[in-house]
Ligand binder design. Structure first.
Ligand code: NAP
Length: 241
């Protein structure tokens, strides 16, 4: 029997960890191609969009994919919707691997908002020196907030429009609490903006320690999935059943 073929829609640490944890499968990982030097997962890798639901469905058939795993970032709503639709039309089982969101702890001062735009509107009331960690594509939403100064961290440089008062810090995690505390102190940050991505939380711990507010952007709604896993271990177990 040839090994079962798994297509992992990735671009996340979980996607890479899952690809490395399936030695008995033929694993293809798919990346969107947003970063110039992506961290490459183990196994086969393809890069670039599929061309919508039809393109993804064609790919599943052409590559004889047996099972589809959506291990994309919780904010990558379009590809998740496409994955659900393509799995349905091709009759492939779909597993959604999604790390849990963050939970507020004593000492936190969190302000949850539904969108990047709502975060930008709220900011001037909470602080003026902002640590913006929403990623390159999330920076444009803050372009019309001239009252604030931004330290924006991203893997790739942002493209216009960008805020008037902006310093860009090109960096990729993992980050440490000590490193985050140093950044907050050196740049006199008085408010942090983050998506509720879940996972490593050094920046949130640092904000709590310094007593600064956090604007947390809620996750977009995702299509209902037949199967979900919240960790790589759960996903591996599901794939072996
Ligand atoms: P998105 O808005 O949900 O998707 C837009 C389009 O990009 C999709 O329709 C698809 O094009 C293509 N695409 C997205 N992910 C893909 C993948 N893994 N493989 C092939 N094509 C993909 O996506 P996004 O929010 O820009 O995220 C892009 C990638 O970055 C994802 O892999 C995600 O896991 C990763 N990422 C996103 C964030 C975030 O905050 N959004 C953060 C960290 C990492 P076609 O319709 O042509 O197939």
């Amino acid at each position: 029997m040839p090994p079962r073929t798994v297509l992992i829609l990735g671009g996340t640490g979980e996607g890479r960890a899952l690809a490395a944890a399936l030695p008995r499968f033929r694993v293809i990982s798919s990346l969107a191609g947003r970063t110039r030097e992506p961290l490459l997962p183990a196994g086969e890798v393809r890069i670039g969009g599929f061309g919508g639901v039809d393109g993804l469905a064609d790919y599943l058939r052409a590559q004889r994919v047996d099972v589809l795993v959506d291990a994309t970032h919780p904010f990558a709503a379009q590809i998740s919707a496409n994955a659900a639709a393509a799995a349905a039309v091709t009759g492939r089982p779909l597993l959604v691997l999604r790390r849990p969101g963050w939970i507020e702890r004593p000492g936190d001062d969190w302000h949850r908002v539904p969108t990047l735009e709502a975060a930008a509107a709220l900011l001037p009331r909470l602080g003026r020196r902002v640590f913006l960690t929403t990623g390159r594509q999330g920076i444009a939403a803050f372009a019309d907030t001239p009252e604030c100064w931004f330290l924006a961290r991203s893997v790739e440089p942002p493209t216009p429009p960008v805020p008037l008062h902006l310093e860009v810090l090109l960096d990729r995690g993992p980050f440490t609490v000590d490193g985050e505390l140093r950044l907050l102190r050196e740049h006199r940050i008085d408010v942090l903006v983050s998506k509720d991505s879940g996972g490593a939380d050094a920046k949130l711990v640092a904000a709590r320690e310094r007593g600064i507010p956090v604007v947390l952007i809620d996750r977009p709604a995702l299509p209902a999935a037949a199967a979900t896993a919240t960790s790589v271990e759960e996903a591996v177990a599901w794939l072996h059943t």
